[in-house]
Design a protein around this ligand. Sequence first.
Ligand code: IPE
Ligand code: IPE
Ligand code: MG
Length: 249
Amino acid sequence: MTTQSTELQYLPSDLKRELLPQHVAVIMDGNGRWAKRQGLPRIMGHQRGVDALKDLLRCCKDWGIKALTVYAFSTENWKRPQKEVDFVMSLIQGFLRQELREMLEKNVQIQFVGNLQALPTAVQEEISRSMAATKNNRSIKFTVATNYGGRQEILQACRVIAQKVQEGILRPDEISEELFENHLYTAGTADPDLLIRTSGEMRLSNFLLWQMAYGEIYITDTLWPDFDRREFYRALCAYQQRERRFGKV
Ligand code: IPE
Ligand code: IPE
Ligand code: MG
């Protein structure tokens, strides 16, 4: 653990516990740029990105945030060089192998969302194992979006619902927001209150399109491998200054 993370082991006293986001989502972007700046191959940025993620998960647990969802691999990321894709897949596998014990100890529930059937078999097995082992854990829900696309998620929900209508199990007028949400990958998890994107890009890149209808967005120029507790603290300070109006005056 770094000096900084020890320093910020507990929720900083100027943050109001009652105004913390219940659910934080993160687009972990900028690994490639981080590596380039250090004169290293892109994959080294992904490697360091995993360290940043491990500490963010511990931090959320330490500070009392109940759900963390991170974007690890998008449906569009298959278009990257094969070597980079393979490396990201092996990092996911390695992460699960190394962290499962601590997740069990700390009562973390891990779940994966996305089109998981298209992932390499070894990765799928590791995912199933860790999801099954932690399914009753309740201190924090940690969701990893892998081969995830917001549009694909909405389409697969539409297909399942259409099938139910065709079979006469459901009437079209019964399709409510609540019913629709129950068919998304994220069923059972409340929408994110705060979405953080690192590396300055101001777009959603197909992440949580439905769920982010009213979520607050925080963008920092910091590259993902450099995102630490102090950066997270800044994001939470900014969030606590926001006025969430949900369309009201
Ligand atoms: C995000 O970092 C990680 C993944 C998409 C897997 P990038 O790899 O997109 O980093 P940049 O945007 O090229 O710097
Ligand atoms: C979004 O980042 C996906 C992840 C962080 C996993 P990208 O780097 O793929 O997004 P774009 O290409 O800049 O929109
Ligand atoms: Mg990127």
